[in-house]
Design a protein around this ligand. Structure first.
Ligand code: FES
Length: 92
């Protein structure tokens, strides 16, 4: 079961999550605030995250992320699916 460590306003919160969920689903299930103005459809970037560690444990960037110009350490929480441990700063 992956451990996802979210950083929100400088505070860390580690949560256990089922593999195969998006970062947005994991955050909302754990009560971690992550904006999602477009409802998780990859159109708004309010769920933007910076992956600090464990990027290899996320699915590759989707066409939606590439279409929104999201690259490098940045990922859309609603598009990136976690399959292992990672540390993610919520920046959106
Ligand atoms: S919730 Fe809108 S892009 Fe992720």
């Amino acid at each position: 079961m992956p451990t996802i460590t979210f950083i929100v306003n400088g505070e860390k919160k580690a949560v256990q999550a089922d593999a195969g969920k998006t970062l947005l689903q994991i955050a909302l299930d754990a009560g971690v605030p992550m904006e999602h103005a477009c409802g998780g459809n990859g159109f708004c970037t309010t769920c933007l995250c910076k992956v600090k560690e464990g990027a290899q444990n996320l699915t590759p960037p989707t066409d939606r992320e590439e279409g929104m110009g999201v690259a490098g350490e940045d990922r859309l929480g609603c598009q990136a699916v976690a399959n292992g441990d990672m540390t993610v700063e919520i920046t959106g």
